[in-house]
Design a protein around this ligand. Structure first.
Ligand code: AMP
Ligand code: ZN
Ligand code: FE
Ligand code: FE
Length: 277
């Protein structure tokens, strides 16, 4: 059993890196990847226990009308690109976070930047941290409720953030020695034909794989995304997108309706990343 998509307290998950690795062992995983938003800081802290293989990863948000997340696998967390380009991405988040909080305050909601920073600690701050502050203060019923009412695209506290283009996101992952994989394709919010065209574009940009197996995918989605992967000779990867209590009900190791054979995923993923090392 493996899970290649998990967040920690280095971004918007609620498990620390040691807690996540221990949970992986307790869940019976043989391999786990940490894929925090816009940072590899958690990967630098990872000391996997004997018997657990650890893959350093990252999840970048690329420019797109929908949600275009690109996962990087076997990236070198010590690579200097995470200090310069990575810091730029985090700076774009900081700019947006201030604007979101201004909007929330203008609506009379009980939130300020300092409380969000205190809750987030060293994490790369995202909307889920703001949602948790609102939850603690009784202004929303859940993180999901906060997204539904305020944070989702088109919502009253939504602010677009500067992001790298898909081609630059893929190039950053390759520069760090990793393979680049399109995460949870349905979140692009495209119909099948438009998604097929977008995947073809991403392949021209250097895409190496597709997250075919995912906790929220239906059987039909797994089959369609798998066919797109095969059509372009791309890797297939699998992941839950575990966020701890930030996404209640989503367990580490939940790969959705179809569970792939571990060996079919791990060997090709390592071989693809080695081409950039
Ligand atoms: P941000 O990093 O600020 O762009 O926030 C994006 C993150 O918020 C995603 O990676 C998810 O973890 C989380 N998220 C997005 N939509 C929702 C939702 N409807 N409910 C709960 N969490 C969400
Ligand atoms: Zn997240
Ligand atoms: Fe994502
Ligand atoms: Fe994720």
């Amino acid at each position: 059993m493996i899970d290649l998509h998990a967040h920690t307290t280095s971004s918007d998950g609620t498990a620390t890196v040691p807690e996540l690795l221990q949970l992986a062992v307790d869940t019976g995983l043989s391999t786990v990847a940490i894929t925090d938003h816009d940072t590899v800081a958690g990967c630098l802290l990872a000391e996997p226990p004997a018997g657990l293989d650890f893959i350093p990863g990252v999840e970048l948000s690329a420019e797109h009308v929908g949600t275009c997340h690109l996962l990087g696998y076997h990236v070198d967390p010590h690579h200097r690109c995470w200090d310069d380009t990575g810091a730029k991405l985090r700076g774009w988040r900081d700019e947006r976070n201030v604007q979101i909080i201004e909007k929330l305050q203008a609506m009379g909601l009980p939130i300020d930047l300092e409380s969000v920073q205190t809750l987030a600690g060293d994490a790369v701050i995202g909307r889920p941290h703001m949602a948790r502050v609102l939850l603690e203060r009784g202004a929303v019923e859940s993180v999901k409720d906060a997204f539904d009412r305020y944070f989702a695209a088109g919502g009253p506290a939504y602010v677009a953030r500067r992001r790298l283009s898909p081609v630059d996101s893929i190039a950053l992952i390759h520069e760090a020695g990793g393979a680049a994989v399109l995460a949870h394709p349905y979140q692009l919010r495209l119909d099948d034909d438009a998604l097929a065209a977008t995947v073809a574009d991403l392949v021209r940009d250097g895409l190496d794989g597709v997250e075919v197996y995912y906790s929220q995918h239906t059987t039909e989605q797994v089959e369609f995304y798998g066919s797109l992967a095969d059509q372009h000779r791309l890797l297939r990867t699998c992941g839950s997108d575990y966020h701890g209590t930030a996404k209640p009900g989503l367990e580490l190791g939940d790969l959705g309706p179809i569970r792939p054979a571990d060996d079919a995923i791990l060997g090709p993923l390592r071989a693809a990343a080695e081409r950039y090392q």
